[in-house]
Design a protein around this ligand. Structure first.
Ligand SMILES: Cc1cc2nc3c(=O)[nH]c(=O)nc-3n(C[C@H](O)[C@H](O)[C@H](O)COP(=O)(O)O)c2cc1C
Length: 203
């Protein structure tokens, strides 16, 4: 076992610290957030911090990094109140990763990285057409985390679009069948393999 004290962590090179600390929480969800600005510039960026926050009402959160840097995704969400979250599949990983590059606000990442934006009546924000799982959300709350100047964005799901092939009778999704990937650290994309499903645990 290699022991890293807090002093060791603080003394690491910035990129080594990013790799180490991002890898420790294990595999993370892989999603593209689609938004549009008030003046019509569409945006798409990858996020690994999307989390389930509750099913009734259906709520999803994600964390955006320091507020002092311009964040097109969050700016657009504040302007319109709406966004989409779209799962990333194996065939999308190159484009999805490239969406993390710092494109100017007036450049559409959809066009820049080669993904197709899709508009639906229920939501002003663009969906990622290639994705088999897409959620439309409306902004509910945002919380500034003072300790590291990050923001937790909380949204309520208004509409869901699921590829029928992966929707099981019990309404769980066959994520493996859909080739949904998972993220390790900040740059590693993995396939996931089902080990086993269980009954609801009781005493
Ligand atoms: C694998 C991966 C996961 C990422 N996850 C997040 C995240 O959870 N939160 C965040 O603020 N940025 C995250 N980023 C960085 C954003 O994708 C990047 O800052 C992007 O340019 C944001 O776009 P925007 O300025 O259009 O909002 C991630 C990047 C990669 C490569």
């Amino acid at each position: 076992m290699q022991h890293f004290t807090r002093a060791d962590i603080d003394n690491l090179h910035k990129y080594e610290r990013i790799q180490l600390i991002n890898s420790c929480p294990g595999f993370k969800s892989a999603n593209l957030i689609g938004t549009i600005s008030a003046n019509g510039n569409e945006n798409c960026a990858i996020f690994s911090s999307v989390i389930h926050m509750g099913s009734n009402p259906p709520m999803i959160g994600y964390l955006t990094r320091p507020a002092r840097v311009e964040r097109n995704t969050f700016t657009n969400i504040k302007e319109t109140g709406f966004y989409t979250i779209n799962a990333i599949t194996k065939s999308m990983i190159e484009a999805a990763h490239q969406s993390s590059a710092k494109y100017p606000a007036d450049v559409s990442e959809f066009e820049a990285v080669g993904l197709k934006s899709q508009y639906r009546d229920c939501c002003p924000a663009p969906f990622v057409a290639e994705s088999p799982i897409s959620m439309a959300l409306k902004l509910v709350e945002s919380h500034h985390i003072q300790a590291n100047d990050t923001i937790l964005i909380v949204g309520e799901i208004t509409d869901l679009f699921i590829n029928e092939d992966i929707l099981r009778d019990d309404k769980s999704l066959n994520l493996q069948e859909a080739d949904i990937v998972t993220i390790g650290g900040v740059d590693a994309y993995h396939s996931a393999e089902l080990i086993q499903r269980f009954e609801h645990a009781t005493l």
